[in-house]
Ligand binder design. Structure first.
Ligand code: ZN
Length: 327
């Protein structure tokens, strides 16, 4: 386990210890609080003598992701009983349901815009984030993001991003300020080596778009069969506390669109280890000229699925299409 993760977990444990002590102080020493305090102390002592994160049964390393979710875990997954494994699977299924419920309604139609997406976790839960939020003045915000890492820990960060962006957007700040705040909150509340790439934008009823890209694969602008990438040099959010972001302005005419995707799409592998690539994606978009948002999402999704074949999914994949309706 890395030194940064260890430092993070130690901080978590110390905070927990403080809370437990104050709970014990206010409510008297309940047996449960006492047991928890003992466990936190045992974990902290383990950090000193090097036994923290080592399975008590087989002496192999406990899964880092499980330690992040629960630093008091003392045995690795191998020794779970069938019953315990079933309970864990049920937890994961519940997490997946919670995550699904956070996804925006689609197809979404608003002020001459059509939005449609495809959201595909590699496992039960995903570290990808996509959202559509009406601003109340005819415009709406959209976000397509990807949290570093995979699985449960990434999905927890994804739900954190969801709440954070919904809060920031309700205050109606300029896009660059939304990203600046989001980056600060994210870097202060996550592990030091965790970050998120994302494209965040605002679509106006007259077809104009404001777009910020924080280290995410460049969105593709689709104009009459021509596909062009919208480049940006900004960094992912959460890398540094104080980051600056730039905004691009563009205008889409009726029939024109914007395609965003996570690297789980462009970096998907087939059974012989070949990468899907953004080039192949842009070819599919070009050859689907003239179709509506949901048909374009379906064409991209079907091509990706066909390409991947029986290959194991290794990363979460998201495709997100925004298109001006034809007059
Ligand atoms: Zn073990």
């Amino acid at each position: 386990m890395g030194a940064t993760i260890n430092a993070f977990l130690r901080k978590q444990l110390v905070t927990r210890r403080d809370r437990l002590e104050s709970a014990a102080h206010h409510r008297g020493h309940s047996a449960h609080v006492h047991v928890l305090l003992k466990e936190v102390d045992r974990a902290l002592a383990g950090m000193e003598d090097g036994s923290f994160g080592i399975c008590e049964i087989c002496h192999e390393a406990v899964e880092t992701e499980r330690l992040i979710c629960d630093p008091l875990t003392r045995i690795c997954l191998d020794h779970f009983t069938t019953q315990e494994k079933t309970a864990l699977e049920r937890d994961l299924e519940l997490a997946a349901e919670v995550q699904k419920a956070l996804l925006p309604q689609h197809p979404f139609q608003h002020q001459g815009w059509d939005v449609c997406y495809h959201y595909e976790p590699a496992g039960l839960v995903s570290g990808d984030y996509c959202d559509i939020i009406e601003a109340g003045d005819g415009s709406f915000y959209f976000v397509v993001g990807d949290v570093s890492g995979k699985g449960l820990a990434a999905s927890m960060l994804m739900t954190h991003m969801h709440a954070m962006f919904r809060t920031l957007m309700s205050v109606k700040l300029p896009l660059t300020d939304i990203l600046k705040h989001a980056s600060r909150v994210f870097s202060e509340s996550t592990l030091p080596n965790q970050y998120a790439t994302l494209v965040c934008g605002r679509a106006m009823p007259d077809g104009t778009l404001e777009i910020c890209n924080a280290g995410h694969p460049p969105p593709m602008i689709v104009r009459d069969g021509v596909v062009e990438e919208l480049d940006s040099a900004d960094l992912p959010i959460g890398l540094f506390v104080a980051e600056e972001f730039s905004v691009s302005n563009l205008r889409l005419l009726p029939g024109e669109g914007l395609v965003m995707y996570s690297d789980g799409v462009s970096e998907a592998n087939n059974t012989s280890g070949t990468e899907y690539t953004s080039h192949r994606l842009s070819n599919v978009i070009r050859s689907s000229n003239g179709v509506d948002a949901s048909a374009l999402v379906a064409a991209c999704r079907d091509d990706l699925t066909a390409f991947r074949g029986q290959a194991r999914k290794t990363d979460d994949a998201t495709l997100f299409v925004l298109r001006r309706q034809r007059a």
